[in-house]
Each structure stands twice: as C-alpha cells, then as structure tokens.
Design a protein around this ligand. Structure first.
Ligand code: ATP
Length: 321
C-alpha cells in the first residue's frame, strides 16, 4: 500500500447476511484530491464509506485512512477526519455561529470560526437560527460542522441531492474551496456532471465491485466519437465530400466522428461558401454519464445472467454520527 495515499483499500469485503454488499474493492485516494464514488442505488458505496469512516466493521480486506485502521476508532483518527452524512440533525434553535461553536468545542485544534464561515459562505447568516436557513444553507452548515475540527480528509455523502441549480453551483464552489485548502475529499454522488466538474478521479461501483476507475476525462475517452448535429439548410440537396454520407432524418443531420475539428471545418467552409446558416449546430463530446450508463448496464446484465444470491437484503440505514 502507498503510505502517501490518504485512503488505501485492498480486497475490501462486507456482507449483510447472504447479501454481499462489497465484494473485493481496491481503492486509493491520493492526498489533496477530490475523489468521487459513483454507482447505482445499492451498489455498496455507503457501506464502503461507512467502513472508511469507522462506522461499520468489515469482513475482510486491508484499510488505511490517514495511516489509521478506522476499525480501531483511535481518537487521533477522529480528530483528523470530517464527516458529512446524507442527513444530519442539528439543533433547530441554535444560530449558525452557536452550532459551529458547539462542534468546535469537541476538538483540540478546531479551525477558527471566521475561516469556517468564509469557506462555506455563511458569514452573513452567522446570527440566523438554523430553522430559518434555506435547504442549501442548511447543507452548508452540515459541511461547516464537518470542518469544525479542521480535518485533513472530508467525507461528503451526496452533498447536493435535492438542491436547485444555483445551490448546486454554490456547493461546487464550496468543494473547490476545500480542495484549495489542501483537503482530501471523498464524495458520493449520483450526478455525473458533479463528478465531472469536481472530481480529480472517480470510481464506478456496481454490485459491490469497482468496474472502472480514473480521471473522468480518461473514462469518457473510450466512448463513441463526437456527434455533430445541424439542420440541413433550406434548398441544400447534398452535402460535400465525406459529409454526403451523413445520416439525416426530417432535415436533421447527425454525424458521428472521431475527427470533429476537420469535419466541422469542411462543413462550415461549405456553409459559408453557400451563404447557408447551419441552424441548431451542436457538437457534443462523450461524457462521463455515457461511460457510467454503459458500464452499469453491462455489469447489471452480466449479473442477471448469473444465478441470484439468496434474498435477505434490506434497504439500510442506521448510522450514527
Ligand atoms: P445508494 O446510492 O442508494 O445510497 P449505496 O451504493 O450506498 O446505495 P449501500 O447502502 O452500501 O449502497 O447498500 C449496499 C447493499 O447493502 C444493498 O443491497 C443494501 O440493501 C444493503 N445494506 C445496506 N445497509 C444495510 C444494513 N444496515 N443491513 C442490511 N443490509 C444493508
């Protein structure tokens, strides 16, 4: 295992009765990176994260988090990690400042209050009672509480679920701020654009196993080529050169290509020459979402072909802070 890694996991396994939730996961999160765990509902992400947080016992495997085995529950380990669960129950009657101060009191070397407020962007709300905060602001307060002990490593479980687009953007900015402070962040999310925007690397977990791991761009690379789309200009009968073979339906042309730049040059030169406007012209690149959907479908199809494990799984959860 690599000692410089913030998190190292080898051969991690965990079953609930006959339900093998985690079936041999290997994972390494480097110090200072944002790492996202992706995967369908029930894939085993939360189980994995809970083992890393020290909230759940594992059946097998080597796990090191900041050099500690989380199963030993060392106090020093607790001081160095911050945890933001999917839902938290902070007191509704304290103000933002009082809430953060309460949690700062639990740590030997807490992060200064003003810095925490700045990072999470709640400076203006410091005297507001938590029950008066919007959903997005409450989630920021959850993160503020997770930062109280100035952790090196922060676990963020679905940090933006239920957020409106503006609140999501704010949360992304907050996570980018954390990275700039040198924190390591392990997050789980169902939003591929979020992972693409925030994560240095991602792992896709399906049925308790990692089916792909790497930088989002690298994972998306193997996907289909770019797609160029546009409406065939009025009066145009045929497109030039290689474009002539393009698929078209209802006057809409779709070209899949690995050489988008060259074909676009051909296309736009032709359009300019004919003074034709290419209505609705778009070029879309393969995204992490396509890779994710392909890999999860493949893995689920394979699993459907093998005999099912005995029933007995249940939907979770019951974690403690
Ligand atoms: P989600 O995206 O829905 O949060 P997940 O990837 O986090 O899902 P887990 O919560 O780790 O998945 O669940 C993995 C499997 O383990 C599922 O089959 C789930 O029903 C089961 N499971 C999770 N927690 C428990 C528990 N406390 N007791 C029994 N089974 C559990």
């Amino acid at each position: 295992m690599n000692d410089a890694a913030a998190i190292s996991v080898k051969g991690l396994r965990k079953a609930y009765g006959a339900n093998e939730a985690v079936r041999g996961i290997d994972l390494e999160v480097r110090t200072g990176e944002v790492f996202a765990l992706l995967g369908p509902n029930g894939a085993g992400k939360t189980t994995t994260v809970e083992i890393l947080e020290g909230f759940r016992e594992r059946d097998a495997g080597d796990v090191r988090v900041l050099g500690y085995d989380p199963a030993h529950h060392d106090r020093a380990f607790r001081e160095r990690v911050g945890i933001v669960l999917q839902s938290t129950s902070l007191s509704q009657y304290l103000t933002v400042e009082e809430t953060i101060e309460q949690y700062r009191g639990y740590y030997a070397r807490p992060r200064p209050l003003g810095e925490i407020l700045d990072v999470v962007g709640l400076g203006e709300q410091r005297d507001v009672r938590t029950n008066r905060l919007s959903g997005g602001q409450q989630r920021r307060l959850d993160v503020a509480v997770g930062l109280a002990g100035d952790p090196e490593l922060l676990f963020l479980d679905e940090p933006t679920t239920g957020f409106d687009p503006a609140a999501r953007r704010n949360a992304w900015e907050l996570i980018t701020n954390l990275k700039a402070l040198g924190k390591t962040v392990l997050l789980t999310t169902h939003y591929m654009d979020e992972a693409e925007h925030l994560a240095d690397r991602v792992a896709i977990v399906v049925q308790g196993q990692i089916v792909a791991q790497g930088a989002p761009r690298e994972l998306a690379k193997g996907e289909q080529a770019a797609v160029i789309r546009f409406a065939l200009p009025q009066g145009a009968r045929a497109l030039p050169g290689e474009l002539a073979a393009a698929r078209s339906a209802n006057g809409l042309v779709e070209i899949e290509t690995e050489e988008a730049t060259r074909l676009l040059h051909q296309l736009t030169s032709w359009a300019l020459e004919h003074e034709a406007e290419l209505e609705g012209l778009t070029v879309s690149r393969a995204s992490l979402e396509e890779t994710y959907l392909r890999l999860t479908r493949e893995a689920e199809r394979q699993a459907a072909e093998t005999p099912p494990a005995p029933a007995g799984s249940r939907r979770r959860r019951g974690r403690r802070r």
